[in-house]
Write a protein of this length. Structure first.
Length: 555
């Protein structure tokens, strides 16, 4: 077949992205789908590494104004329309529950496989994916970035569109090399007033760097006020503004998507200037939340970004304690690890298996222990300095191997490496309780609650704080923590178990009945009678505080 002056391999499908998107079949027939969103969808797939994109990101990119169910339905309808346009070549479009992709072979894409001709078109004034006008700022941002990357390939690093990174190579693989770069997290400090304010801003920036590089794959660059080249690298820029007023520090973080400069996340908090630990805890909370926001915003433009987004979504599933969500998280983390290995991902998978084992769900306990041990070994081999991974491993040893001594060693080591490792503080709280060190346990749980506020781990921190306050006799604080955790993760059973028992203890029978109704939807066989009689049932704090002796309410 002859296309754009080049003979293609017989049977190949040609996708031209420069100018108006055009799809040519094996015999030169026009297979281009009608409709701007359909052409946009094909363009996104063609430009993505491995020609694979997650369904959720496509929905956010192309239907940002629709709810999750409606966007999912729109994507399914769009895929069906594209397949009809492709006719006998419909199998080039491949889907599963998580991703949409183009076939690995049999497709030629002009900007990769016929770059000289694509380059000639661009220099004559044509643009990539012309004429696609859809009501989506997300797609416009993505297209602007892709055009900038391509422009750097065509005109070289001396133009106004030059990438910040000089590693981009010339040649046929240049564009793919450009897309394979890690996303970059830029931090910019804006302290005002005292030198202490500047120190706080620098501390938050340092904590953000630790958290981001432990949690996801990203490079962190601190901007010191000097001008930098136009940033076309995927990533985010975080400005950190710190001021002091009437004995309090006021902190404002704002995150801008690069290169569009669109604000996509901000948070403001304050803390007492005289509380030295509050600065550490505030920095940890802001850093974790900012890292999650960056990962979610990046979508799935490349393997690294795809893996980051998938791992961020999986983290929420793990701490739901829901068996279906736990198994889903396990699969997502496995895929994320294949795309881009990172030590925290095998450790988090090991923790998911520990939760499954603890709740007595699914596989045989011995099988789960064996799988968890292999994942722990893999995490330690990848990066034994990763504080987040060490924090997860601490809980694995505590929950699934019942080895509190080793768990304590991992949690303590994590905190030595990163005092802002909030999950390690949560683990330490539970371990201190078992050592009879209730005051130390309560302090660790309280700091974990502060460090993990507004993150995917907040519900877990609230539950650990609930357990600590129950053990020390502060049932009012325990009830509030259980209520918060159950609101954050309505499908999680542990918070509802504790909330039910605590409300019964407070003679709040109506509230206890509401909690039990919600719990029985998730766990039909639950009752305090079962907690009393089945000593393997995972409710040790309810038993140790005597709340298992309370009489169940009728529903």
């Amino acid at each position: 077949m002859y296309c754009d002056g080049v003979y293609l391999v017989r049977g190949d499908i040609a996708i031209d992205l420069i100018g108006v998107l055009h799809v040519s079949g094996p015999n030169g027939e026009n297979l281009t789908p009608r409709g701007a969103r359909l052409r946009a969808l094909l363009g996104v797939l063609a430009l993505s590494p491995r020609k694979t994109v997650s369904r959720r990101w496509l929905e956010t990119l192309l239907w940002p104004d629709r709810g999750a169910d409606q966007a999912s339905g729109s994507l399914r309808q769009a895929l069906s329309s594209i397949r009809r346009s492709l006719g006998a070549s419909a199998d080039m479009l491949q889907t599963n529950r998580l991703d949409v992709s183009l076939a690995d072979e049999g497709i030629q894409i002009d900007v990769f496989d016929r770059f000289a001709l694509a380059q000639e078109k661009i220099r004559s004034g044509r643009e990539m994916l012309e004429g696609i006008d859809i009501p989506s700022e997300n797609f416009e941002d993505w297209l602007r970035q892709e055009r900038a990357v391509l422009s750097a390939r065509v005109y070289g690093s001396g133009t106004e569109n030059a990438r910040l990174h000089p590693e981009v190579k010339d040649g046929e693989d240049g564009l793919r090399a450009a897309r394979a770069l890690n996303p970059v997290f830029y931090t910019s400090l804006q302290p005002t007033g005292t030198n202490l304010g500047a120190f706080i801003a620098e501390s938050i920036s340092s904590q953000l760097s630790k958290t981001a590089t432990e949690y996801v794959r990203t490079d962190v660059v601190q901007l010191d006020g000097r001008s930098v080249p136009l940033i076309n690298t995927p990533g985010g820029k975080c400005t950190i503004h710190v001021s002091e007023y009437r004995g309090k520090f006021h902190v404002l973080l704002r995150m801008f998507q690069e290169p569009t400069q669109k604000v996509f996340w901000s948070r403001r908090l304050e803390f007492d200037a005289g509380d030295s630990l509050a600065a550490v805890d505030a920095g940890a909370s802001l850093a974790f939340e900012a890292t999650e926001a960056l990962s979610a915003c990046q979508g799935a433009a490349g393997d690294v970004e795809n893996a980051n987004a998938m791992a961020t979504a999986a983290l929420k599933h793990v701490f739901s304690f829901d068996p279906v969500q736990l198994e889903k998280a396990d699969r997502m983390l496995e895929i994320a690890h294949e795309l881009d290995p990172l030590a925290s991902r095998p450790a988090l998978r090991a923790l998911a298996k520990a939760f499954l084992s603890m709740e007595g769900i699914g596989q045989d306990t011995l099988d789960l222990q064996s799988e968890a041990q292999l994942l722990v070994d893999e995490a330690l081999q990848l990066d034994s300095e990763n504080a987040l991974a060490l924090s997860f491993i601490a809980d694995v040893y505590d929950l699934i191997f019942e080895d509190a001594h080793t768990a304590l060693s991992f949690a303590s080591n994590a905190l030595r490496k990163n005092p802002g490792a909030g999950y390690a503080l949560a683990s330490l709280g539970g371990l201190e309780l078992r050592r009879g060190r209730n005051v130390e346990a309560l302090n660790s749980a309280w700091r974990a609650k502060r460090q993990l506020e507004n993150t995917s781990l907040q519900a877990f921190a609230e539950l650990r704080y609930c357990v600590a306050t129950m053990t020390t006799g502060d049932f009012a604080a325990a009830t509030l923590a259980a209520e918060t955790a159950s609101l954050l993760v309505p499908t999680s059973r542990p918070p509802l178990r504790h909330l039910y028992a605590l409300r019964l203890y407070a003679n709040d029978h109506e509230g206890a009945r509401d909690a039990l109704i919600a719990l029985k939807r998730l766990e039909p066989g639950f009752s305090l009678k079962r907690v009393r009689e089945d000593l393997d049932f995972p409710a040790s704090t309810i038993r140790s505080t005597g709340l298992d002796q309370l009489q169940d309410v009728d529903i």
